[in-house]
Design a protein around this ligand. Structure first.
Ligand code: CA
Ligand code: CA
Length: 295
């Protein structure tokens, strides 16, 4: 019994030392049993049997294990706190944006696209920034820009010098779509040929990614179809322009039916000659479709 006590005492002293209470042998009593001091409280041998001491050791070891686990987890806890703080800041920012005063400004972010041939936007959560008239470089000019522009109807000017000096020239655009080869819906205009082309600049705040897919009329799963139609650009014998997606049911500018031939829009036809388009999926001379998608 004495040897067991001494062993336990030694074990406690080594493992926990002064930190757990200065457990030391104090005296030998007349009956040959030991008396110990535990945090300045004398405890008789009779009150401390092996079972109690083992229980104390086990309890302290369990607590020490727990403390070690807590200490080991501190870096993870700090990282988790940092992430939580970041999330709280994000929520605060969002709440401020949504709950703040209405400044009349549009929501930050989102996608912007031009709906060629239309004066309005379509789709949920889509806002018309403005509608205007399509324009570009003259179909015979080799200089100037190659892209079509959507020109506001109420332009703002800086300093102007009347007359042409030396620069690029911008022309209004018209459809070059003869009725014999007109694939478009007639829902908004019976005839497109030589009519001026409207355009709508659309902002979709909740879907920040935009994609125009040529030769498709549907969007990938999960994407929103903004509009679909037919691919258009310059005539193959004219100067090159960028490709745009003309709405399936184009509108025309009122009073813009004169044949002025400035910037022009032509349908784009697929060809299987001299290139690797995967025919027969693409037909010779077929008018290529398009769709504008957002996510
Ligand atoms: Ca024309
Ligand atoms: Ca054709």
């Amino acid at each position: 019994m004495l040897a067991t006590y001494t062993h336990v005492t030694f074990l406690i002293a080594v493992v926990f030392g002064d930190a757990i209470g200065q457990l030391t042998r104090r005296d030998m009593s007349t009956d040959g049993l030991c008396t110990y001091t535990f945090r300045d409280v004398c405890v008789s041998q009779r009150m401390r049997d092996v079972t109690e001491l083992r229980a104390v050791v086990n309890s302290l070891q369990a607590q020490l294990t727990l403390v070690n686990k807590v200490v080991a987890a501190i870096p993870d806890l700090r990282e988790a706190m940092k992430q939580l703080e970041g999330q709280i800041d994000d929520v605060k920012d969002k709440a401020q944006q949504e709950g703040g005063p209405d400044t009349g400004k549009t929501t930050c972010g989102g996608a912007v696209y031009i709906r060629w041939g239309r004066k309005t936007c379509s789709g949920n959560d889509t806002k018309l920034l403005y509608w205007g008239v399509a324009a570009g470089s003259h179909y015979t000019h080799s200089g100037g820009g190659s892209n079509y522009l959507c020109m506001p109807r109420d332009p703002e000017w800086g300093k102007t010098t009347p007359g042409f000096q030396s620069g690029g020239h911008l022309y209004g655009a018209e459809y070059e779509i003869p009725s014999s080869n007109d694939p478009f819906s007639k829902a908004n205009a019976q005839s497109l040929q030589d009519n001026d082309v409207p355009c709508a600049v659309c902002h979709v705040a909740s879907r920040p990614t935009k994609l125009m897919i040529p030769a498709k009329r549907t969007c990938p799963d999960g994407w929103t179809t903004e509009y679909s139609g037919y691919l258009m650009a310059a005539h193959y014998t004219h100067k090159r322009t960028t490709y745009v997606c003309m709405d399936n049911a184009p509108e025309v500018i009122q009073g813009g039916g004169m044949n002025k031939d400035g910037a022009l829009f032509y349908n784009i036809e697929a060809t299987c000659q001299g290139g690797p388009l995967p025919c027969p999926n693409y037909g010779e001379g077929w008018e290529i479709t398009c769709v504008v998608c957002t996510l």
